[in-house]
Design a protein around this ligand. Structure first.
Ligand SMILES: [Zn+2]
Length: 55
């Protein structure tokens, strides 16, 4: 498996723009699509791009 990291600082504490749909049977949000653009790094405190790193 791989996980996304911030391309600027390498932090794994990142978020991504995504589209979620409510699943009534699971009673939770299910991600339908995660967008490549619009990533956010909590360590940088701003927008970034993501790179994928092996676990
Ligand atoms: Zn960062």
């Amino acid at each position: 498996m791989a996980h996304p990291v911030c391309s600027s600082c390498g932090s794994p504490d990142v978020a991504a723009d995504a589209y979620a749909e409510w699943d009534r049977s699971k009673e939770s949000w299910v991600l339908q699509n995660v967008f490549d653009k619009g990533a956010f790094c909590n360590d940088c405190g701003g927008e970034t791009s993501l790179e994928w790193e092996d676990d």
